[in-house]
Design a protein around this ligand. Structure first.
Ligand code: MLC
Ligand code: AMP
Length: 472
């Protein structure tokens, strides 16, 4: 059973899940999620507008109990991205939080106070549990199909690496539509059986409060969350009683690591992964936590570094190679995209992560960058330059567009669009930012638009993005 703490043998606890100011006991979750499962049991696929709320948690838990694949839709999704996700996934209904724009699909509300105690036959763990949409370098986001078995294997390996037990209280304020907040945070808690607190937003004050008032022990954050925390000395010091701080989704800057040690007394655990592979590398609760390094493979995971010709790369902590991973946590392909799936794997089942890394003689890994400049990580969100460029080109004021991620102290990378205006309309930076926020997701909006007279191009007409990056 994927959400094993929801089995009938588990003791009840009064505050198993707290999201915002709503608290549910374990029996509340079992009863309400089973009621959801009974109502959606016949569906092939449903979408959930994944706001950080109790209806989202119950909708997703209910689908997992029923064996109905669920598509978590970003809470801040815009219209073009929403239409793409719904059409591509074939979702039959919205379950849980009501969308402003249902796009013609029926909406099934979650009844938070409904209770059912029926035993529903357990779905096979081999079946697709979640389809999470994630950006590539070009084109619209792709649906990553994750089985219950992959999720279970990952959560069990993480529990081992972090000494994560039912005695923990896990705290985070991350979105519930990506791996970090949803799979690790919410589903991890429902598997391990620990208390789960979602703070709504991942602010320093909310984390400090959850540590003192809810006795939070295990805290998750993307690097932006940790850098904002260390900028607030009182909030950071309030995390001293915690057991473990975990960072992931993007590289944690070494100065932030050092400030966390100084202010909270905790050397953070850093872990690495992707939607397609789930988390594959981590430092350990009982092992070395080295600033700038993401640790060792989790139980059951193999990694390797290859050069441009596919040959081996020495593990000397210096020679950079392309990182590939293999193991039970990998996805089952992109939905409707056999071409992209074939490109992602080699013949022996190694997943090409697209990240460049080094490995030292002890097997410790350091991520040094991405192979493509067109995949941007901003605030821990993965954003494809191509999808933003396509949207910008659909605006009447834009003739040409090139999007890059420039270094940013707060967000890691800041999405910057260089545009050439067209005669047909006017390219007004704020208007273009709002346009992207409305079409894609609010978090994919460029933070800055620079209107230029021409884009640097090579003789073939290809935009020289490295030249744009140097204008950071
Ligand atoms: C601003 N806003 C706009 C807007 N400009 N709204 C509409 N149109 C515009 N033009 C509003 C937003 O709606 C929001 O409102 C507010 O401004 C701030 O939004 P933001 O700028 O996006 O928030 P910010 O504070 O910068 O967010 C930082 C952050 C966030 C760290 C909280 O980036 C975040 O949650 N990141 C986590 C990403 C994550 O979980 N990634 C994991 C991927 S899985 P309001 O008031 O409604 O908020 C993965 C695997 C792994 O990577 O390894 O983990
Ligand atoms: P996503 O699919 O959103 O999970 O993004 C996956 C990508 O995030 C990876 O391919 C990496 O580029 C990046 N990533 C995740 N964790 C880390 C980390 N700890 N350090 C550096 N990059 C990371």
């Amino acid at each position: 059973m994927l959400l094993s703490s929801l089995n009938s043998a588990s003791p009840d606890i009064g505050d198993a899940v707290r999201i915002g100011d709503v608290t549910l006991s374990r029996s509340d979750i079992v009863g309400a999620a089973t009621s959801v499962a009974e109502r959606v049991g016949g569906a092939d696929r449903v979408a959930v507008l994944a706001t950080p709320t109790v209806p989202t948690a119950l909708a997703i838990a209910g689908c997992l109990i029923a064996g109905v694949p669920v598509i978590p839709v970003p809470a801040d999704v815009g219209q073009a991205e929403r239409r793409h996700i719904l059409t591509d996934s074939g979702a039959q209904a919205w379950l849980g939080p009501e969308p402003d724009h249902p796009e013609g699909l029926p909406h099934i509300p979650v009844r938070v106070h409904a209770r059912s105690w029926h035993r529903i036959p357990e779905p096979s763990l081999q079946d697709t549990a979640l389809i999470i949409y994630t950006s590539g370098t070009t084109g619209p986001p792709k649906g990553v199909q994750l089985s219950g078995a992959a999720i279970a294997a990952d959560l069990d390996a993480l529990a081992q690496a972090w000494q994560w037990t039912a005695d923990d209280t896990l705290v985070h304020g991350l979105p519930l539509f990506h791996v970090h907040g949803l799979v690790l945070g919410l589903l991890g808690s429902l598997r391990v059986g620990n208390r789960f607190v979602h703070t709504g937003k991942p602010t320093p004050q909310a984390y400090a409060q959850a540590c003192s008032e809810a006795q939070g022990s295990l805290f998750f954050g993307v690097p932006t969350v940790w850098s904002r925390l260390v900028a607030d000395q009182a909030a950071a010091e309030a995390l001293r009683p915690a057991r473990l701080l975990v960072s992931g989704s993007a590289g944690l800057p070494v100065p932030v690591f050092n400030e966390l040690v100084r202010l909270t007394g905790h050397a953070p655990v850093e872990r690495y992964g992707a939607t397609e592979s789930l988390i594959t590398l981590s430092t350990r609760a009982d092992g070395e936590r080295r600033p700038g390094w993401v640790g060792l493979p989790l139980a059951g995971i193999e990694t390797r570094l290859v050069d441009d010709d596919g040959g081996p790369v020495p593990h000397d902590a210096e020679t950079i190679g392309r990182l590939q991973v293999r193991g039970p946590t990998l996805f089952d392909g992109y939905l409707n995209r056999a071409d992209a799936t074939a490109e992602a794997f080699d013949a022996d089942g190694w997943y090409r992560t697209g990240d460049a890394a080094v490995i030292d003689g002890d097997g410790m890994h350091r991520i040094v960058g991405r192979e493509s400049v067109d995949l941007i990580k901003s605030g821990g969100y993965r954003v494809g330059a191509g999808e933003i460029e396509t949207v910008l080109l659909g605006h009447p004021g834009v003739a040409e567009a090139a999007v890059v991620g420039l270094p940013d102290d707060d967000l890691g990378q800041r999405i910057v669009a260089f545009v050439v205006g067209s005669g047909a309309g006017k390219a007004v930076p704020q208007e273009l930012i709002d346009y992207v926020a409305k079409e894609l997701s609010v978090h994919k909006r460029p933070r800055e638009v620079r209107v230029v007279t021409e884009l640097p191009r090579n003789a073939m007409g290809k935009v020289l993005k490295k030249q744009l990056l140097s204008q950071g």
